[in-house]
Structures are given as C-alpha cells and as structure tokens.
Design a protein around this ligand. Structure first.
Ligand SMILES: Nc1ncnc2c1ncn2[C@@H]1O[C@H](COP(=O)(O)OP(=O)(O)O)[C@@H](O)[C@H]1O
Ligand SMILES: [Mg+2]
Length: 308
C-alpha cells in the first residue's frame, strides 16, 4: 500500500541561521500510529509545522494523500489536522461554536450530527454550551482535538499531546488516539516521553538535532529492550573469542580484556552457568562480572549521544 504521507529530503534553516532539520526522509503508512521521539529542541515541531504548512521548508517535498503540500496546498491541507503544542483556543466562544467555526474554515458544510459525534467521543457533549475559558486545562485540550477533527481529516498530528497533562488524562488521551486510529485516521504524535512511544506507537522515529536517526517497528525496539548483557573483565586479554565459546553470542571489547555476552533476558535459560563452566574448562579466567539490561531509554540515550 502506498504511504499516506511521504516526506522527502526536507530540511529547514531558520532565518536566525539555525539548522533545525537536516534532510529528513520519512514515509507514514496508512492507518498507523507513528511516534516521533526526541529531546526538546530536536526539531519535532518544526517537522510537523512544515507538513501542516505553518513553516516553509528550505528544501524538500511532501505529499499528503496524493497532494503535494506546496503545489496543491488546499487539497493537501484538507486531509491534515494539527493539534499544536501550545493550548490556543478562542476563550470567549462556546465549545460547539468553536468546533463549528473550525469546520467552517475548511469550507465544509454545517453538519450538526458530525459535530455531536466528535464532541461525544471526546466527552465534551455535556460541556458543549460552556465558554472555553471556564474549562479545565484537560478539557481545553480536548476542545483543541475536537476542532482539529471537525473537518474530518485523514492524518492527525498531535504535537506533545500529553506534555504537562496528569496521568488520568494521559490514559484517556491514549485511548482516544487508539479509537481514532480504529476509525481510520492516521496519527503522528511527537513526544519526549519514551513511555508514551512504548505505549502507543506502531512505529517509532527518533529525531536528534534535526536528524532522523532511527525509524523502527516498536516491537523490534521492544525486543532490543528485552536484551541483557553480561560483562566479564578478563584476567588476561584475548586476541579473539575462543572457538570453544562459539555457541554463545560473545563480543570482545576493551582491547580484548572484556568479554560481553548478550542474551535474551526473558528466556528461561540464560546460558550463563554453562558459559562460565566452559570458560573455566578452557582456562579463560575473569576477575569481575556484571549484568546490564538495556531499556529503550538506553537505546535512545546512546543513539542521541553518539551524535554529539
Ligand atoms: N521560529 C523559529 N526561529 C528560529 N529558531 C527556531 C524557530 N522555531 C524553532 N526554532 C529552533 O529550532 C530548533 C528545533 O525546534 P523545535 O522544532 O521546536 O524542536 P522540538 O519540537 O523537538 O522541541 C530549536 O533549536 C529551536 O530553538
Ligand atoms: Mg516541540
């Protein structure tokens, strides 16, 4: 199936001279939840704002559901919705009016049944006649999502949807995102919470200093997460991993003085006792050992720090 969104060679240098994005290529599959993960300042909002036509790219091409966002802006923009990072709502309007106005901006006909459905799905129906300024922060965020959904977009961008949101609302938000995906909306969210990417995403992209440094299925990342490592400090350095130890997944490090064994931390048998016995048998002695479990956070931190 062709991707619903295709981003090619997109870069951005702001007028300050700051290069916020460096040649980003990314394809988003129809119906997936994609999490763009990266520390503050990595370029997440810049990328999203370019796709949504708020920031002009310095180079590159973006096609949204068959429409080039520069040549065919109106058609492309029609398919897209954005819930921006900052809360920005028309404080003096009621919930319903504000959502209806958003639909009107796209020139879509008034359709009360649709507005009702959107408001109900966001548990905003009871609040429909309230002025937005009287609502809690969490409810305001829901209003922003309702406004974004009012023109029936196919691609929904959520820029840090749960930053500064309490745990309850965060869980509601996750459920809502899944529900939207089940209704056929493709979702791209940015987050600097690793937990959120783990929880939500079908695929994860890691962005650091304007570069997209990894794009992977979440489950593949989780498998890496399940890996554990045993590090053995050897008495005498080795030139190579001895052939007698070929059955274990070993790597020689630190000028041959460290033997690193990577194993599946979730497996019933780790293979450690037999490895240590075999090493004793062939006379490879060690003076210290420790184990280490890699988390998505480790993977993330090491990926990001390699680029410094
Ligand atoms: N309008 C702008 N003018 C100049 N620099 C900007 C502008 N917007 C963002 N930046 C800079 O671009 C970099 C990426 O910012 P941003 O895309 O907001 O990152 P993120 O959303 O990942 O936190 C940051 O260094 C930020 O200061
Ligand atoms: Mg941002």
């Amino acid at each position: 199936m062709s991707p619903i969104l295709s981003i090619s060679n997109v870069s951005k240098t702001y007028s300050s001279g700051l290069q916020a994005l460096k040649r980003v290529d990314l394809e988003i599959n129809r119906g997936e939840i994609f999490a763009l993960l990266g520390p503050n300042g990595a370029g997440k909002s810049t990328l999203i704002n370019i796709v949504c036509g708020i920031v002009t790219p310095s180079t590159g091409k973006i096609v949204a559901d068959g429409h080039d966002i520069q040549k065919d802006y109106r058609q492309a923009r029609f398919k897209i919705a954005l819930v921006p990072q900052e809360l920005a709502t028309d404080a003096f309007e009621t919930v319903t009016t504000s959502v209806r106005l958003s639909r009107g901006l796209f020139g879509r006909p008034v359709e009360p049944a649709l507005i009702e459905k959107v408001l109900r799905s966001l548990t905003l129906w009871e609040k429909r006649n309230d002025k937005i300024m009287t609502l809690s922060g969490g409810m305001k965020r829901r209003v922003m999502i309702a406004k974004a959904l009012a023109h029936e977009p196919k691609i929904l961008f959520l820029d840090e949807p749960t930053a500064g949101v309490d745990v309850e609302l965060r869980k509601d938000m996750w459920n809502l995102v899944r529900q939207l995906r089940d209704e056929g909306v493709t979702i791209i969210l940015t987050t600097h919470y690793i937990e959120e990417a783990e929880e939500m995403a079908d695929r994860v992209g890691v962005i650091s200093k304007g570069e997209l440094i990894l794009v992977e299925e979440k489950t593949a990342l989780m498998q890496k997460l399940g890996k554990k490592q045993l590090t053995l400090q050897l008495q005498e350095p080795l030139n190579a991993v001895p052939p007698e130890l070929a059955d274990w997944n070993l790597e020689l490090k630190g000028d041959g003085s460290v033997l690193e064994y990577t194993y599946d931390g979730k497996a019933e048998r780790t293979g450690i006792p037999s490895l240590l016995r075999r090493m004793t048998d062939i006379g490879v002695a060690f003076k210290d050992l420790n184990t280490h479990q890699s988390s998505l956070e480790d993977i993330f931190v090491s990926l990001v720090s390699e680029r410094k």
